[in-house]
Design a protein around this ligand. Structure first.
Ligand code: MV4
Length: 473
């Protein structure tokens, strides 16, 4: 296995080679994704004068957003495993389409280090980190070790992977319960297990190992003290191929349900200036040490005392990137394309400042009255809000049918205002204007959250949604 130091060296070497191979912006790229994020990337390419090749599954054939690409190729049946996850088919489309680079978007192959490696071995640039850096941060235990090496706070826990149940029990006695077992190959809440007692830990150890083996083909697990009632704060990073790494401040994504984020905002409320600076600088330190390039996110949890702990790195552009774009004025997709093409970052850390407050609500076709059951189907009517500071990132239109095979994202409603209070008022106004007829949506639940005193006062932790609406938890 790679240690932090080895990976740092290998990714540095590949960066140097990549830098020499390129000097100008891509002429033509492939977008290896669908829906909202595919459209977001196609739009950025159009503005930069980059030609585009889109790919689609049979379920997405004829989708309107595909018209915005210069070419589009079918890559297989509806199921992701037979289309958007098929490396061979995407590479074939890239070769037929004669592209110089591939943007993976989020989800699907976006954090697949093997895909990034295959792209580069086919002389196609992968718009994301080097496969070495991706593999390093994708190993949650290795990322945690690297964080400790460079003085980034981590949750107290095992120094390395757990070998035996006995080791887990002894450590948990020392740390105190509850503890959390996590899969090294997991992330985003997958492969996590809380243990409140020694007996529970014995079971959790076996189960977590077996589950991780089944889900990721890798049973490696580690242990952490369980931090109760945390907030989720993440730092946006941009890094070029010339050694420049900057942060674009933080987002708060505390409002989640079963690890699905509902609302994200920037800046994070109730973060004192000293902590904000420390957390952002810690994120930069970690990504520098990982030899990370392009856009990425460093995720932290913040406990009730305001202590922050590194959790994991997301080696991709994230769903919630627009809130950072609104407050910093930086187009993250354009920045990804530019740094992947070898351009140096056009700004320094001091140039990146936060203006106002931005909030994003994820609008999904789910029924909040029925345990957030997916509600795919035809959108009969659609009225999209506008006005000062309102942005709706979406690929849908009246008459569009949301297929049942993928996430149920309809779009992302984003507002930007001078203050958080005004952003909340603006979001409520925009949510009430947004009219979607034909499918059930989470809009009513968003309004309930925004009207809640705890949200207005930003007195939140990650259990807020499931505590407040237990039937939907
Ligand atoms: C934790 C934690 C508390 N203690 N680790 C969840 C997603 C993944 N990125 C890591 N996550 C967490 N790790 C320790 N040691 C709390 C979370 C967490 C969470 C847990 C339960 C319910 C919602 C959550 C939302 C964000 C983070």
């Amino acid at each position: 296995m790679l240690t932090g130091r080895d990976a740092r060296q290998t990714s540095q070497v590949s960066c140097n080679i990549r830098r020499c191979l390129k000097s100008s912006m891509f002429k033509r790229i492939l977008v290896a994704n669908r829906g909202e994020i595919a459209l977001r990337i196609l739009r950025a390419c159009r503005e930069l004068g980059i030609e585009t090749v889109a790919v689609f599954s049979e379920a997405d054939r004829g989708a309107a957003y595909l018209e915005l690409a210069d070419e589009a190729y079918c890559i297989g049946p509806p199921r992701p495993s037979e289309s958007y996850l098929r490396i061979d088919r995407i590479i074939s489309a890239a070769e037929i389409g004669n592209v110089q680079a591939i943007h993976p978007g989020y989800g699907f192959l976006s954090e697949n280090a093997q895909f990034a490696e295959v792209c580069r071995s086919c002389q196609i640039e992968f718009i994301g980190p080097s496969h070495e850096a991706m593999a390093l941060v994708g190993d949650k235990n290795a990322a945690r070790k690297l964080a400790r090496e460079v003085g980034v706070p981590t949750v107290p826990g095992s120094e390395d992977l757990l070998r035996t149940e006995r080791e887990a029990i002894l450590l948990a006695r020392k740390l105190g319960f509850p503890v959390l077992i996590k899969a090294a190959a997991g992330g985003g809440g997958r492969g996590m297990r809380v243990a409140l007692t020694e007996d529970a830990l014995r079971n959790a150890f076996q189960q977590a190992q077996a589950e991780a083996e089944a889900a990721f083909g890798d049973g490696a697990i580690y242990l952490e003290k369980y931090v109760e009632h945390p907030r989720h704060v993440e730092v946006q990073i941009l890094a070029d191929l010339h050694g420049n790494v900057v942060h674009l401040w933080e987002r708060d994504c505390t409002v989640q349900r079963r690890h699905q984020k509902l609302i994200e905002e920037s800046p994070a409320p109730r973060l004192d200036p000293a902590t904000r600076k420390n957390i952002c600088e810690a994120a930069v330190r970690l990504m520098k040490a990982a030899g990370y390039t392009n856009a990425g996110t460093v995720e932290f949890i913040v406990d009730r005392q305001g202590n922050f702990y590194f959790i994991e790195v997301n080696a991709r552009i994230q769903v919630e990137h627009p809130v950072t774009e609104m407050v910093t004025g930086i187009d993250l997709i354009k920045a990804q394309l530019r740094v992947a093409a070898g351009e140096p970052l056009p700004f320094q850390q001091e140039d990146i400042q936060i203006r106002g407050a931005a909030i994003e609500c994820r609008i999904t076709a789910e029924d909040p009255e029925a345990n957030f059951r997916p509600s795919p189907g035809r959108i009969e009517q659609l009225f999209i809000p506008g006005g000062f500071g309102v942005r709706f990132d979406s690929h849908v239109h009246a008459g569009y049918t949301i297929p049942p095979y993928y996430d149920s994202m309809i779009g992302k409603l984003i507002v930007h205002q001078p203050t958080r209070e005004e952003a909340i008022a603006c979001m409520k106004r925009a949510l009430k204007e947004l009219r979607i007829v034909g499918v059930k949506t989470v809009i009513p639940r968003h309004l309930e959250i925004l009207n809640h005193t705890a949200f207005g006062e930003a007195r939140l932790d990650t259990t807020f949604v499931e505590r407040t609406w237990p039937s939907s938890g």
